[in-house]
Ligand binder design. Structure first.
Ligand code: UN1
Length: 514
């Protein structure tokens, strides 16, 4: 099954065993270059090799992107939107096959792989509408015959560093929005999913050439330590959007800040769901928690990592949840019945094992899972059983984001207690409460409640829609991407004052007579 699907993907997406990973208007030469090897987490097989950008190639990318910016930024925003509309249509044509590549290279289930491309198509639609709504406000001037307003102008060439877990969608959140605002994008994809980036770029670049436009979506592949540093330290790149770990994000943010660049950071999450005794429908809460904790094998920034459970329903709810975990299908994600696929690689399995070990040492009690599994048709894959651990809030491992399906369950008495536990971690991305009690829900949503960028009521922490601004507080980095007015992050605000009178009156009543 695997080989046939791989063959189909490579044929339909025009991929070769060895691909260029650098696009500077054309794909850089392959010969004599170092490569990233891309292995499928499904069975550990080599999928393909993608060349790394050299120093000179990086330079060509930036120079060409700067030239393209001059052209792109002069196109009226609604017309830029029409190009992104075509990009969205192109992605729609390739949705099934590109989604399958996400499954093969990233290990997502079929449904999630397809959802990933749908998310990119949705953001293209959103960006098209936005291209006619890049509004600024007008301001009443205190001076006679003066007019004031704000306008939002593009920044220039944007650097985008993405993670393996949403190898297409998160790139599109930034790239399509930045593009309608008038920017040009240089993408450094994760070295764990380089083929997804190459294939996506092949598809979308055909649109720009169809319109005889210079490319606006550039790609550089390679090690984060080299390319990530280059991008974050390059003064020609006024904004860097980074998705990934808090540790790397901190370094990136510092590099960018040192040169007064802007950054949009979407870093670690340590998301919790509170399940209250006032939850009327336990099945809803069970589904919300199970999906949040196990989808994408716990490798979403939004994955539910902590379940904060009220003491009156604790035993009953945990028993039901254990039942779901004990029976969940873990295995080859190419099988549409499978709900939990592999972790991305061996390092991720080690992190999973280490976290469980540490949790046990700190007094955690294993309720379900806790071990690596070797499904029959893919023994060399990196599969683990989703895991539940009874924990207490003071355990240090509970403070950490382990990118794996481990759910720590913590008991609470009253809501204040639950919120204390909820907010007592360094990260602040997504949060959820399951409750039908209005007072409780409103408290959770109040200033005293969840300290996260995203708050959900009776739905889980994972699976945000593109229409909302996505991002979080504290160590999550504070950035906002995707919907709402997150587009402003890709623009510079200019306050404009026009005097249409015959004098120069001064604000604040200041006199200056010459
Ligand atoms: C991420 O994990 O970086 O909300 C993004 C979600 C997805 C996006 C997650 N729509 O779970």
């Amino acid at each position: 099954m695997f080989e046939q699907i791989k063959e189909r993907i490579f044929k339909e997406l025009g991929l070769q065993e060895r691909e260029s990973g650098t696009y500077y208007g054309e794909w850089a030469l392959i010969e004599g270059k170092d490569v990233i090897e891309s292995y499928s987490p499904i069975n550990g097989k080599l999928l393909g090799k993608v060349t790394k950008a050299t120093e000179e190639e990086y330079e060509t990318v930036v120079v060409n992107a700067l030239a393209a910016y001059k052209e792109w930024t002069q196109i009226p925003a609604p017309k830029r939107g029409l190009i992104i509309k075509e990009v969205g249509k192109e992605l729609e044509k390739y949705k099934e096959i590109l989604g399958l590549l996400v499954t093969l290279e990233g290990g997502k289930t079929i449904s999630e792989g397809q959802g990933e491309i749908q998310e990119a198509i949705d953001i293209a639609d959103f960006a098209v509408g936005l291209s006619r709504q890049l509004y600024g406000v007008t301001i009443a001037s205190e001076r006679e015959d003066h007019r004031m307003y704000e306008q939002w102008l593009p920044l220039g060439v944007i650097g985008e560093i993405t993670s393996f877990n949403f190898p297409v969608a998160v790139w599109s959140w930034n790239a399509f929005i930045a593009a309608v605002v008038g920017n040009v994008i240089i993408w450094k994809p994760s070295s764990k999913t380089p083929l997804c980036a190459v294939a996506t770029s092949h598809i979308i670049n055909t649109v720009l050439s169809r319109y005889n436009l210079k490319p606006i979506f550039y790609v550089v592949s390679g090690d984060g330590s080299f390319l990530g540093d280059k991008i974050s330290q390059d003064p020609r790149i006024p904004l860097v959007s980074f998705t990934g770990s808090t540790v790397t994000g901190k370094k990136t943010g510092e590099h960018v800040a040192r040169r007064f660049g802007k950054s949009i950071l979407e870093l670690g999450g340590n998301n919790a769901a509170i399940v209250s005794q006032h939850t009327v429908d336990m099945k809803m809460a069970l589904k919300g928690v199970a999906f949040g904790a196990m989808a994408t094998a716990g490798q979403r920034c939004t994955s539910t990592r902590r379940l904060i459970l009220q003491e009156d329903i604790y035993d009953h709810f945990l028993e039901k949840l254990k039942g779901i975990y004990d029976n969940i299908s873990v295995g080859n994600p190419l099988d549409p019945k499978i709900l939990v696929g592999p972790l991305i690689d061996e390092t991720a399995v080690q992190a999973y094992e280490r976290a469980i070990q540490k949790a046990k040492e700190e007094g955690g009690k294993l309720i379900s899972g806790g071990e690596r599994v070797y499904p029959t048709d893919c023994e060399k894959g990196t599969y683990v059983r989703p895991t539940i651990i009874e924990a207490h809030k003071d355990m240090s491992i509970v403070q950490e984001e382990t990118f794996a399906p481990i759910l720590y369950v913590i008991k609470y008495k009253d809501l204040e207690d639950a919120i204390d536990i909820h907010n007592a971690v360094p990260q602040g991305l997504s949060s959820a409460i399951f409750s039908n009690n209005l007072q409780e829900v409103t408290y959770f949503l109040s200033q005293k409640g969840s300290d996260c960028g995203i708050a959900n009521v009776n739905t889980g922490t994972a699976g945000a829609e593109i229409g909302g601004a996505f991002g979080g507080e504290k160590e999550t980095g504070g950035g906002r991407e995707s919907g709402s007015d997150a587009w402003k992050g890709y623009a510079r605000r200019q306050t404009v004052t026009i005097n249409y009178g015959n004098d120069v009156p001064l604000s604040q009543g200041v006199e200056f007579t010459i």
